[in-house]
Design a protein. Structure first.
Length: 232
């Protein structure tokens, strides 16, 4: 399986995402924001960082990059797409997921190991998790507060499109403690924390299973690989 990772000017975590793809057992394919080719990949990752310096709303300029025409078309046809942090902001700006991300309610950039609760596993990127499972992966953002109007929020909750919630502490003021959502079809997932930083034992955050275990993020990438095998 080939999973494309798109690099935008200001991307910081594209190499980490490629490494996560490789450790999960797929072939990472580096894609450039100015290209119109997806190079025949089977899934896509929009990585974290500060695309275009966050000079407008975070992710707003990147959502209009040339390659996003192909990303949007592929997503609408059912290709799995994962947007991480800045990538989540791009998905929201491109209307591939509902809601939006605004400045953290405390006004500061935050970086911490964050506990999440899995709310739903019905997506291309979450089948290796269990509903109610708690995982720990790194979080780092300045504009991570998830917002939506009351009607949209009720629909996301009612239709099972909330995928992850923050546990113990809400780090950025996100409504309903929401850390990640999916589209109605389930092939597109946006997540504010960074699973690509928790994919190899000894190099991720401590968990209850074992100190320095740190592989709670790997399930995102193994999930999409297994789905591809099922659909093959």
């Amino acid at each position: 399986m080939k999973i494309g990772v798109v690099t935008f000017p200001g991307s910081l975590d594209d190499r980490d995402a490629q490494r996560a793809v490789r450790l999960a057992g797929a072939e990472p394919v580096a894609l450039w924001h100015g290209s119109h080719s997806l190079e025949g990949v089977d899934a896509l990752v929009l990585p974290g960082g500060f695309s275009y310096g966050d000079y407008l709303r975070c992710g707003a300029i990147a959502s209009l990059s040339p390659i996003m025409t192909e990303v949007i078309d592929a997503a609408n046809k059912g290709m799995p797409v994962l947007g991480i942090c800045n990538g989540f902001q791009m998905l929201a700006e491109a209307h591939l997921v509902d809601g939006g991300l605004i400045r953290n309610d405390h006004g500061n950039f935050i970086c911490r190991d964050q506990k999440l609760r899995v709310e739903n596993t019905d997506s291309a990127w979450t089948s290796d998790f269990a509903v109610g499972q708690e995982i720990t992966i790194p979080l780092k953002n300045g504009e991570g507060g998830f917002i939506a109007d009351a009607e949209t929020l009720a629909r996301l909750e009612g239709e099972g499109q909330v995928m992850f919630r923050y546990v113990d502490v809400n780090p950025n003021g996100s409504l309903n403690d929401i850390a990640g959502v999916r589209n109605a079809r389930g092939n597109v997932v946006g997540l504010m924390p960074h699973p690509e930083h928790a994919v190899e034992a000894g190099f991720g955050p401590d968990t209850d299973v074992a100190m320095r275990s740190g592989i709670d993020g790997l399930g995102f990438f193994t999930s999409v690989i297994k789905q591809a095998l099922v659909n093959a």
